[in-house]
Design a protein around this ligand. Structure first.
Ligand SMILES: Cc1cc2nc3c(=O)[nH]c(=O)nc-3n(C[C@H](O)[C@H](O)[C@H](O)COP(=O)(O)O)c2cc1C
Length: 335
């Protein structure tokens, strides 16, 4: 079963193909962006469950870039140390870890801060004002991604994911539905992402993988489409090392979600560009995991809510598929 095969990209070697995708936990009750014991237990538990790659949740690059006041951040050096403990705990189990850097833009619900988007177009009717980002603010965000990437490397992360999906600031710049700017960032809607990646690459080690999470579609006729991403990725061949393919989140539209519902987007990107992909979306059974990997819809599969319910998702599959050598000795009697 391909799930149990190693995967190598740059100097990152994963012991299997299962990924825990980034999932906000909103557990920073001190509102200081610092991970604490909850985050350690939460992530290390999935490493004990033998998940090959764990991507730590959306992490704010600036205070006003957090989705909420309860998010973790990497906008100051103090925030490095608690993340290092998570990294070490994950490494102790032989798993690898990435972190997702994000600026929420017009989806930030942090209180008492100035909020920005590419244009003055709110996401919903919350009583928060969202302003069009000035050029200085755009430069500040680009610098913040770079600084946070440096901190992520200091914390020991094996890989870095730049959140360009789900309607957050980078996606807001890329989608024609939310970016109505007349300047260069409106004429080339991918420019903001490109400048962020250029900045990040100045500090992120070349041998460690760097990738983006994308929303391959806005599920709207006038929105972003998978072909836009395919064109962009083909025009920029060595931009990143991998693409984590998700969808939606820019506007409120009903989405038909069924097991594996976003895998076809991953397959399209994988087959029409030179990029490897992570596929996601209600992949909750060993059959679907096999199908996604064996039919090359994705190189890695991410299981989100399934891993929230059951940190030992992979161990259960190992038992089901007679791959008991992948169950740690300490838990063998339970199986
Ligand atoms: C509680 C929760 C929090 C999430 N937070 C994030 C996040 O921080 N960053 C992100 O890119 N996606 C986030 N997502 C989306 C997941 O990474 C994943 O793509 C989605 O849950 C679909 O996978 P699933 O059907 O296996 O759960 C979140 C999803 C859930 C359920």
């Amino acid at each position: 079963m391909k799930l149990f095969e190693e995967y190598k990209i740059k100097n990152l070697i994963l012991k299997n193909r299962l990924v825990m995708p980034p999932m906000c936990t909103y557990q920073v009750f001190k509102k200081d962006g610092m991970a604490y014991s909850f985050h350690q237990g939460h992530y290390i538990a999935r490493a004990i469950g033998q998940v090959g790659l764990i991507i730590v949740e959306s992490t704010g690059v600036l205070e006003n870039g957090r989705i909420s006041d309860y998010d973790i951040g990497l906008y100051n050096d103090k925030q490095i140390e608690p993340l290092r403990k998570i990294v070490e705990g994950i490494h102790d189990q032989g798993s690898k870890c990435a972190i997702q850097l994000n600026h929420a833009g017009r989806k930030s619900e942090t209180l008492g801060l100035r909020h920005i988007g590419p244009s003055k177009l709110p996401y919903n009717d919350l009583e928060i004002d969202y302003e069009e980002a000035t050029k200085e603010e755009i430069s500040e965000v680009i610098r913040a991604f770079k600084e946070s990437a440096r901190r992520a490397n200091d914390a020991g992360f094996d890989a870095l994911e730049i959140h360009s999906a789900h309607g957050y600031l980078i996606h807001q710049f890329i989608s024609p539905l939310s970016n109505k700017r007349q300047d260069e960032y409106g004429k080339d809607r991918f420019l903001f992402l490109k400048e962020i990646l250029e900045g990040v690459k100045e500090v992120w080690p070349r041998e460690k993988p760097l990738w983006i999470r994308i929303s391959a579609t806005d599920f709207h006729d006038e929105g972003l489409k998978v072909q836009d991403w395919i064109n962009f990725l083909n025009e920029n061949k060595d931009l990143v090392d991998l693409v984590n393919v998700s969808a939606g989140g820019l506007i409120n539209v009903p989405i038909k979600a069924y097991p594996g519902y976003m895998l076809s987007l991953s397959k399209e990107i994988r087959s029409k560009t030179s990029y490897n992909t992570i596929g996601v979306g209600l992949i909750n059974t060993s059959e679907l995991v096999s199908y996604a990997l064996e039919t090359e819809m994705a190189d890695l599969v991410a299981v989100g809510r399934g891993l929230l319910r059951n940190p030992n998702f992979l161990l259960d599959i190992a038992k089901e598929r007679n791959k008991e050598e992948f169950i740690p000795q300490v838990y063998k009697r339970a199986y």
